[in-house]
Design a binder for this molecule. Sequence first.
Ligand code: CP
Length: 312
Amino acid sequence: MPWTRRHLLTLEELSRAEIDQIHAAARVFKRTLQPGGARVPVLAGRTIVNLFLEPSTRTRLAFDMAAKRLGADVIPFDAASSSTTKGETLRDTAENIQALQADMIVIRHAAAGSPLYLSRILDIPVINAGDGAHEHPTQGLLDTFTMIEHLGDLRGRKVVILGDILFSRVARSNIHALTKLGAAVTLVGPSTLVPDSFTALGVKVSHDLRGALADAEVVMLLRIQHERQAAGHFPSLGEYTSMFGLNKARASWLNPRAIIMHPGPINRGVEIDSELADGERSVILEQVTNGIAVRMAVLFLCAGGRPEQLPT
Ligand code: CP
């Protein structure tokens, strides 16, 4: 089935076949990341603007790396020194970037729906790098890619997502991808951050950490998204950690083969202790590396790349 989308806005709208197609291209691109791997300048002559209006380390750098490995010119956007500080709107900013002959925009923005909005007013592809608490599609793609590398086919695999689900775009994108790939997803955390309404997305909700961990083949930790919470959803960070933080004692409830994931940034000692984040079951830095291959696949496909251009 040929790839037909110009934009990547959400994983909610992708089919399983489309997710498989991105993963398949990412597997090819991952081989090119090895020492001596072939360069793939299929986007030579294209210009990609990384319009990041919220902070980022991993996503922005991985999109930079991905675009450069594909031969594209990458223009970073420095929000602090841009005319957004003088009141220029997102629409005007984006239309000016298009007028400056950009071929593609990668956007991170605090407002849910801002990538969809740009996709409706621009003629160039728009890639969502995280929009508010809505979605972070490339994170969901790289997380599921990493799980498949460790577990194979995800049908029936038990994945626990633990933490601040309510305000997490990473959780939403993972829920959409994992349910399409057939995984059994359980969301765990305090009821204020993991409301029962999430069951409408085809997942289980649990507040029994021990029971959920005992069954898990993957446990994904999420940080508390203070920047999106208007009011406290638990008495204190210390109390959250005492109830739901992953420490050595709680990790002993896990199946010894279970893998530990985190999208970053990590708040060490809050949602996860360092000895687990850095331990042998952690695949956190593999997630980061896989982020380059997955974003190469997304940029390649949305720019109109054809299968015959993929390296063999
Ligand atoms: N996982 C993630 O989105 O990290 P950054 O905020 O550093 O991009």
